[in-house]
Design a protein around this ligand. Structure first.
Ligand code: NAD
Length: 268
């Protein structure tokens, strides 16, 4: 073995796409990768919001951040994101797939149109960015494909049937992909948040409070009651794992689904 040395993340100058990044987890991950020296293409649907996110990240980190207004569900959008990375930065090393979460609901209340939309937004968007990005990742001699899923891949969550069903499929696809792309040194991992403080969580808590006829602070307290760390997580705590998995330091980790949930999941 070589002598021990400080962990080298090796992210300076790496070229990354971060999807659905104007707020929440995508934004926090983009900011954290930028702070490590990555060049970024980031997207979300609203042009002014994604430009504002890019400007803030550049101001804070000096990173090169190229905003693209794109709906991740669209067919041509994945190709456009990869083309932007090639045009702006000369290639691509890292893809962080992310999308807005599907609506809450149980099986009886969920329409076929909602199934179709959630499939396109959460699962097909992943297939599309993978198909668009893999040739460039191969050209770069390897890379990272990461996707933000949910702790529902290990423990389904009541009243989130769309997330429970589709994210299990995403995990199956990611595992398959990790075996297909390992020989090309493209590492594929799923990161599964439990409860991380974002606007989506605020919206879900409000919906629960209205549905149950309970005060919002009661809903919030109940939601962390089963978390051993006793609190909701912060986006930066989630982003730290993304940075590590995107880095050179994580060079022997692929085909994994890793939960960031403060210990809430109770499965082995
Ligand atoms: P959020 O709603 O706070 O942010 C979502 C981001 O995605 C925003 O920037 C939004 O503009 C963008 N977006 C939404 N739909 C898009 C589309 N079709 N095309 C392009 N951009 C789009 O959500 P979040 O909490 O950051 O969650 C991110 C993902 O992680 C979601 O899929 C969510 O379901 C999942 N998740 C989050 C948590 C959590 O604790 N925050 C837990 C489990 C799963």
């Amino acid at each position: 073995m070589d002598n021990p040395s400080p962990m080298n993340l090796g992210l300076k100058g790496k070229r990354a796409i971060v999807m659905a990044a104007s707020r929440g987890l995508g934004y926090a991950c983009a900011r954290a990768l930028a702070a490590e020296g990555c060049d970024l293409v980031i997207c979300s649907r609203d042009a002014s919001r994604i430009r504002a996110a890019a400007d803030t990240i550049t101001r804070e980190t000096n990173a090169r951040v190229h905003p693209v207004a794109a709906d991740v569900s669209g067919e041509g959008e994945a190709r456009a994101l990869v083309a932007a990375a090639v045009e702006q930065f000369g290639g691509l090393d890292i893809v962080l797939h992310n999308a807005g979460g599907p609506p809450a609901g149980d099986t009886a209340s969920t329409t076929e149109a909602q199934w179709q939309k959630a499939f396109e937004q959460n699962m097909l968007s992943f297939v599309r960015i993978v198909n668009a990005a893999v040739p460039e990742l191969k050209r770069a001699g390897g890379g990272r494909i990461l996707t933000i899923a949910s702790s529902s891949i290990k423990q389904p969550i009541p009243n989130l049937v769309l997330s429970n069903a589709l994210r299990a499929g995403i995990w199956g696809f990611a595992k398959t992909l990790s075996r297909e792309l390992g020989p090309d040194r493209i590492l594929v991992n799923v990161i599964a948040p439990g409860r991380i403080q974002t606007e989506r969580i605020e919206e879900l808590d409000h919906a629960t409070a209205v549905r149950a006829g309970q005060p919002l602070d009661h809903v919030k307290r109940a939601s962390v009651a089963g978390v051993p760390l006793g609190r909701i997580g912060q986006p930066d705590e989630f982003a730290n794992l993304i940075v590590f998995l995107a880095s050179e330091a994580a060079s022997y980790i692929t085909g994994q689904a890793i939960t960031v949930d403060g210990g809430a999941g109770n499965a082995l």
